[in-house]
Design a protein around this ligand. Structure first.
Ligand code: GRF
Length: 200
């Protein structure tokens, strides 16, 4: 059994996409945790028959040090996790911009207001640098001249909902290059692009 901890603070649209994606994967077990007691994501996950609980931020380390997961997935989790928590396993996050541009809060708005013509979505490993960990996957989104902010937001979220489950599945089944520092890995079906540094 592969265990995923999904950490979220808000509405949980990414959590929903991930839960639905893995619905028929009988070997994948997802649990949802929120640092906000009444976050909509908890009710949403409960409604999809997924174990969901409030985990106060200051109890994160003690909980996860006693309850380990194969992958920790941040989906709109609005806290900065300390090193002692990050050292417990592999943490990934999704960010609504093409990193390293527009880190931090309101990234979609930052890009829109700046006037860039291309923004997008990034999935990256979580390190102590906010939105600064190694990038795993990115998808660009064009900001068309006719687009208003709401339309851009919708396109970014739709892109997230497609990309994130796919990347998580790829990481779980080792389908793509793992860019985690110090551990180059390639697809078992052949070289995934490491340039010859892996042991495939
Ligand atoms: C997403 O845009 C994600 O990229 C960012 O926070 C937002 C969470 O949205 N990190 P939701 O709670 O998954 O709907």
């Amino acid at each position: 059994m592969v265990k995923i901890a999904l950490l979220a603070s808000g509405r949980g649209s990414n959590a929903e996409a991930i839960i639905k994606h893995f619905e028929n994967h009988t070997n994948v077990e997802i649990q949802v945790f929120s640092d906000i007691a009444d976050a909509p994501v908890l009710a949403l996950a409960g409604g999809l028959s997924i174990k969901a609980e409030y985990l106060p931020f200051d109890e994160t380390y003690s909980y996860f040090s006693q309850n380990r997961f194969d992958l920790y997935v941040l989906a709109g989790y609005m806290r900065i996790l300390p090193d002692e928590v990050l050292d417990l396993g592999t943490f990934v996050n999704i960010h609504p911009s093409l990193l390293p541009a527009f880190k931090g809060k309101d990234a979609i708005k930052q890009a829109y207001d700046y006037g860039v013509k291309v923004t997008g979505v990034s999935v990256h490993y979580v390190t102590k640098d906010l939105d600064g960990g190694p990038i795993i996957a990115q998808v660009p989104v064009n900001i068309q001249q006719w687009m208003n902010f709401a339309e851009l937001e919708e396109e970014i979220h739709n892109t997230e909902h497609t990309l994130y489950p796919m990347v998580i599945e790829s990481l779980l089944y080792d389908k793509i290059v793992d860019f985690a520092p110090g551990k180059p890995k390639c697809s078992t079906d052949g070289c995934g692009g490491c340039g010859g540094s892996c042991a495939h």
